[in-house]
Design a protein around this ligand. Structure first.
Ligand code: AKG
Ligand code: FE2
Length: 348
């Protein structure tokens, strides 16, 4: 495939994109392939069933910012259903998917590739929805019509409910492992559930995987991310020596990672770590990221128990509200690497 060829899988009829539009700047080209894994360097696996200690979860979040969660209690059928319906959605003809495209009245929805990005276009189809049953039904009705949207809507709403329950458990364990009350974080979450967002990425097969990226290096600005990924592989994380490593897909697990807001809230005890998604030539890959967020007016300030010893600088971050941070992010078109939280860093 030549670089001026049209990329049909990511083009709508009024916007034809060519392969060259997706070639990234050379400093971003991935050296590791989607299935390059190394068992010496992979993130810890944490089981929820063994009553495994919260301390282990905190240790993983402190060192890696990431862990794999097994024995999580989310029923297989909830995961199977969402996987099937999302893949069927992405398999629809482009014109039908675009019925659910982002618009003024549906600011979240489907997008093939975001041309507003300018260069470094992600090799991905993306669907973003809030944790709002009404918005899910509105989106699905546009795409499937009044009579046929239920399969999609039900699968999505059940999945979001399961993620909320799991996320609350994880946040309670993290609080406990940090020596805080179990509800220190979670008490801010259930009053404004539509603060939380889901983002579904599907990366089509790519003829130039060593020059393109599904998603460039970034940290997640939210509190906690729970990621479901299929068996293909492509998630890579940057370690504390600035080296990339691949996360080997593990059946029946979720990948959990700490977002910027939780890093600030925990005074840097929990780390928000930069990651990216690489693509491959043969297979499409699905990943479903559930980004938990508290009510917009929640004050993000680390508690006295987590202050540092230095009396001149007990806290690493200024106090802010999640709503402020979110507004700042909306103004910024794109976050590259881990830059979003810097605006709140207290200089030494
Ligand atoms: O596709 C992946 O594995 C990563 C997705 C991700 O990092 C995101 O959506 O923020
Ligand atoms: Fe991410």
């Amino acid at each position: 495939m030549a670089t001026h060829d049209i990329v049909e899988s990511l083009s709508s009829s009024n916007q034809k994109l060519q392969l060259k539009d997706f070639v990234w700047s050379a400093n971003e080209w991935p050296e590791l392939k989607h299935d390059d894994f190394c068992d010496e360097e992979d993130i810890p696996v944490i089981s929820l069933s063994s009553g495994e200690d919260a301390a282990k979860m905190v240790a993983a979040s402190r060192k890696w910012g990431f862990f794999k969660l097994v024995d999580h209690g989310v029923p297989d059928e909830v995961i199977d259903d969402i996987t099937v319906w999302l893949n069927r959605f992405y398999d629809l003809p482009m014109e039908q998917k675009l019925k659910g495209a982002r618009t003024g009245s549906l600011p979240l929805g489907y997008s093939a590739s975001n041309v507003d990005y300018g260069g470094n276009l992600p090799w991905a189809e993306i669907l973003q929805l809030l944790q709002s049953p009404q918005q899910v039904v509105e989106f699905a009705t546009r795409v499937y019509g009044d009579h046929s949207h239920h399969h999609f809507s039900d699968a999505m709403i059940n999945y979001m409910n399961a993620m909320e329950e799991l996320g609350v458990r994880v946040l309670a364990m993290l609080a406990n492992g940090l020596g805080l009350d179990n509800n220190f974080f979670t008490r801010h979450f259930l009053s404004e559930r539509e603060s939380t967002m889901i983002r579904i990425n599907r990366y089509p097969p790519c003829p130039l995987p060593n020059r393109c990226l599904g998603l460039g290096s970034h940290s997640d600005p939210h509190t906690l991310t729970i990621l479901l990924q299929d068996e293909v592989g492509g998630l890579q994380v940057c370690d504390d020596r600035n080296r990339w490593f691949g996360i080997r897909p593990l059946p029946n697990s979720f990948v959990v990672n700490i977002g910027d807001t939780l890093e600030a809230w925990s005074n840097g005890r929990l780390k928000s770590v930069v990651h990216r998604a690489v693509v491959n030539e043969e297979r499409h890959r699905l990943s479903v990221a559930y980004f938990m967020s508290p009510a917009a007016n929640t004050t993000i300030e680390s508690p006295p128990q987590l202050m540092d010893e230095d009396p001149n600088k007990p806290r690493k971050y200024k106090t802010f509200t999640w709503g402020d941070f979110r507004n700042q992010l909306l103004k910024q078109r794109r976050v590259v690497g881990k830059t979003a939280l810097h605006r709140y860093t207290i200089d030494s």
